[in-house]
Design a protein around this ligand. Structure first.
Ligand SMILES: [Mn+2]
Length: 475
């Protein structure tokens, strides 16, 4: 049989601890095994993204840019991969194109070698600016542009929909196409067909990268079937933080493919000291209350209700706050209705929260008696083009006060902001490097607290502050 080496991206430095332990792994807990990780022969090591950036600043007293540069010092052979939320970068709003360009430039300059870029709605216009910047600053093999399709199920999300989208992203310059099954909604036979169809339409040099989780227990089967369907790269997490809400574990897949036509070339023995190290890290995370062993159990609710795990816990929290926990089943029945009305967005940040909250309001207050501002914005196209048709009656309700529907690329409505942001950071006295402006743009309050801590620590003016960046520091 024809040999086709399969590559693995290990997510131990990003998604694994984000999914299982609130993104609390510190750089010092990565450092001892970085030289070993670099020798394994991974396609890439995913290490940076919105939550890691936020957690560094908010909880770990680390400058996320320093984290990146420090990782790069050790990872000389293996590309560092990051996850970028298109025009939202790592934040929660659309940014102007000049911020997007600068952010991508600085990420690559500081050591990122693969950028996986996605949009919650799969609106390619929200990927345009970042993909253009990745192609520009990553030219000459410096950075791979991995354009991503957020996987979901709906009458709109047919195989043809994803094949057409993959081709469109390839035409926009993607080196890789990623199928991102963040909620573990994919099924093994579905991914086989999907990858096969996409493979047949893409250029041979375009790689297909599959990302799934093991929340519902199907993750290993998904990866195996994706490989047989023609996927080139799959995501795994080393076993100490693998499986459950995290990605399928690395070692079983390496063993499964060993000696077959798909052999990864990875020697399991080389993984052992790394696994041992991260077992210790996982124990520390559990001891400090960040990792609840429950997250490793199979939970098949996602497949039953098509509601991602994180969204389910949000729904339950909202109902608990309202003292209406008995309404959960009604809310779960309302979610697909609300999602249909706004054109079947994939349920991922931020659309999962927007749809979930509206479903709760519909159940508690009466159907669309009150429409949340975010749901209105989603209906009005402010987040981008939704995949399907929106409900015309509800749209009418959303435009009752003269609100306009946005039909252009949402970022076309935002003027350049780098100059203003730079001025603000300088005026506040926090500017040390251009990256500070980008941190501030993404997480203004959290960054400001971090900068104050950094300053206090350098000047030694307030030892209490130097210990606690979250303390509100009087300016
Ligand atoms: Mn993920």
């Amino acid at each position: 049989m024809e040999k086709r080496k399969i590559y693995i991206t290990d997510t131990i430095l990003r998604d694994a601890h984000q999914s299982q332990a609130a993104t609390r792994m510190k750089f010092e807990e990565m450092e001892p095994v970085l030289p070993l990780l670099d020798e394994i022969g991974y396609y890439s090591l995913e290490a940076w993204g919105g939550a890691t950036f936020d957690s560094c600043l908010r909880f770990l007293n680390e400058d996320p840019w320093d984290r990146l540069r420090n990782l790069k010092k050790y990872l000389k052979k293996t590309p560092i991969q990051m996850l970028l939320r298109g025009q939202n970068l790592l934040g929660y709003r659309h940014y102007a194109d000049d911020v997007v360009e600068r952010f991508v430039e600085k990420s690559i300059e500081n050591g990122v070698g693969v950028i996986r870029v996605f949009d919650a709605l799969n609106d390619p216009r929200n990927l345009e600016a970042s993909m253009k910047a990745i192609k520009k600053y990553g030219a000459g093999g410096k950075c791979v542009c991995e354009a991503t399709m957020s996987y979901t199920t709906s009458p709109v999300h047919t195989t043809k929909y994803f094949v057409d989208l993959a081709k469109q992203l390839e035409d926009m310059g993607a080196d890789n196409i990623c199928i991102k099954d963040m909620a573990n909604l994919l099924l093994p036979f579905t991914v086989y067909d999907l990858v096969k169809e996409i493979r047949a339409e893409l250029r041979p040099e375009t790689k297909i990268h599959v990302h799934t989780h093991n929340t519902t227990g199907t993750g290993d089967m998904i990866n195996l079937m994706a490989i047989q369907g023609g996927a080139d790269i799959v995501d795994c997490a080393l076993s100490p933080l693998g499986n459950g809400t995290s990605n399928p574990a690395t070692e079983p897949l390496v063993a499964t493919l060993k000696g077959t036509q798909y052999d990864t070339g990875i020697e399991i023995e080389k993984l052992l000291p790394i696994v041992k190290h991260f077992n210790g890290v996982a124990e520390r995370l559990e001891k400090d209350g960040f990792l609840n062993p429950k997250v490793r159990r199979i939970d098949i609710n996602t497949l039953l209700y098509q509601v991602p795990g994180g969204m389910m816990s949000n729904l339950m929290n909202q109902l608990k706050q309202a003292g209406k926990e008995d309404k959960l089943m009604e809310c779960l029945a309302e979610v697909p209705e609300v999602r249909k009305d706004c054109g079947y967005p994939p349920l991922v940040t931020p659309s999962s929260q927007i749809v979930g909250t509206q479903a709760v309001w519909n159940v508690l207050l009466g159907k669309y008696k009150t429409i949340t501002a975010q749901y209105k914005d989603l209906m009005l196209g402010k987040y981008g083009q939704v995949p399907g048709e929106v409900n015309a009656d509800i749209l009418k309700q959303c435009t009752a006060n003269g609100e306009q529907v946005v039909t252009c690329r949402p970022a076309d409505l935002i003027s350049n902001e780098m100059d203003t942001l730079t001025k603000t950071v300088k005026e506040k006295g926090f500017y040390e490097k251009e990256e500070d402006v980008l941190s501030y743009a993404l997480f203004p309050e959290v960054s400001e607290n971090f900068f104050k801590w950094r300053k206090a620590q350098k000047l030694g003016v307030d030892t209490d502050m130097a210990k606690n960046p979250n303390k509100v520091y009087p300016v």
